[in-house]
Each structure stands twice: as structure tokens, then as C-alpha cells.
Design a protein around this ligand. Structure first.
Ligand SMILES: [Zn+2]
Length: 211
């Protein structure tokens, strides 16, 4: 059994969405300074690193993150690896993949994962994302969970349509995956977002297990 950690490491150098609060980690009690224990304070938005979007992120009356179904967040999963030349995940691109109707959890590896592999610290606006027609294609296929390897499922300048289409269909969205060390194929996914009351999203630890 091989375990692949597909989560990003949360640190102040990790890029965050422009306008969102950045990531701050501060040692507020330090044993080096005579404290009984080390205690770190974290300050950040909830859409940092590897994280899950709840419907409430784009649908005001949508479910919040602590209500997301664990039986969707865990289970059999397929990783698609798209070639570096793919600039957007459109319905045409999806049509040409090996995705079959029985695949309910799908993670998309793209050239975005090279950014994580090389430790890029600047936010990129030209990341590969799912277009509106790509989102519709995934809904029609009855997919339950979609994962991407940058900080949003949607193109930078067009956040709303892709998010709305996928979240309205009840699809669980996992963003900020690092798929640079994973081959295409079948795995068992475990993605566990923090159980934050009333939140539109939450950081998650995500792993793939190869049987
Ligand atoms: Zn998000």
C-alpha cells in the first residue's frame, strides 16, 4: 500500500487568493523564551492551500462546510493527468479524456502542479481551471467530487459560473491539490476538511492510497 500526500504545506509563503487574508503563523508562547509549552497562533482565510469549498461559498443559502458528506469526501477516486499544453478544462478536453460514467470522484492534474513542485510562492492568474461548459459536462456525468491543482476550480476572471454550476449540483469541490507526484489512475481518496461551524470552506488534509 502506498500513501500519497496530495496536500500543500500551510506556511506564510504559500500563495493565497488576491484580496484574501494571507497566512500568518506566530509563536505566541515559546519554550525558548521560558514558556511551559510552544503555542502557535494561525491567522488565515479558510480558502488556503488544499481546501474544500462548501456550497455556501457561492450560494448564500447553500450548505456550510461542516455539513459536507464524508461518504463523498472519501472513497474510490480517479486521477486524470492532463498534458502541459492544456490551458483550460473545457467540455472538449473532458470529452477526450478516459473518464467513464462510473467515476464519481475525479481529480485533475495539470501543469499547475509544477508550481507546487518547484515551490512557487507568487500567485498565478493564468492557472488551468474548469470552464463553464466543462462544469456542465461534469454535472451531466453525475460526478460527486471534483479536485483541482490550483486555488480555484474556475478561471481567474470568471469565478462565478463554474463555482455556481458545480455547487448547485451538490458537487464537492477540492482545490489546491498537489498532484505532481501522482500518476493517472485509480486510488482511494481521503479528504478531511476541518469541521468549522458555518464556514464557506475549510483547509483539508487529502491523501490518496494506492491499493
Ligand atoms: Zn475555495
Amino acid at each position: 500500500m502506498t500513501i500519497f500526500d496530495i496536500s500543500l504545506t500551510i506556511s506564510p509563503t504559500l500563495p493565497t487568493w488576491p484580496g484574501d487574508p494571507g497566512i500568518q503563523l506566530e509563536l505566541i508562547e515559546s519554550m525558548d523564551k521560558g514558556a511551559q509549552a510552544n503555542v502557535t497562533r494561525i491567522s488565515a482565510g479558510v480558502h488556503i492551500g488544499t481546501h474544500v469549498d462548501a456550497p455556501h461559498h457561492f450560494l448564500n443559502d447553500g450548505r456550510t462546510v461542516e455539513q459536507l458528506p464524508l461518504d463523498v469526501l472519501t472513497g474510490p477516486c480517479y486521477v486524470v493527468q492532463l498534458p502541459d499544453g492544456v490551458e483550460a478544462i473545457t467540455s472538449d478536453v473532458l470529452q477526450r479524456t478516459e473518464i467513464t460514467p462510473d467515476m464519481k470522484r475525479i481529480l485533475f492534474g495539470t501543469r499547475n502542479s509544477h508550481l507546487w513542485a518547484r515551490g512557487e510562492t507568487r500567485f498565478q492568474t493564468d492557472y488551468v481551471a474548469i470552464t463553464e461548459d466543462g462544469a456542465e459536462w461534469l454535472v451531466e456525468r453525475g460526478v460527486q467530487l471534483v479536485g483541482v491543482d490550483y486555488l480555484s476550480v474556475a478561471p481567474y476572471e470568471e469565478s462565478t459560473p463554474t463555482h455556481e454550476i458545480l455547487l448547485k449540483a451538490g458537487i464537492v469541490l477540492v482545490e489546491g491539490l498537489n498532484l505532481s507526484k501522482v500518476m493517472r489512475g485509480f486510488y482511494e481518496l481521503y479528504c478531511l476538511p476541518l469541521k468549522i461551524a458555518g464556514s464557506d470552506g475549510a483547509p483539508a488534509r487529502a491523501i490518496l492510497i494506492q491499493p
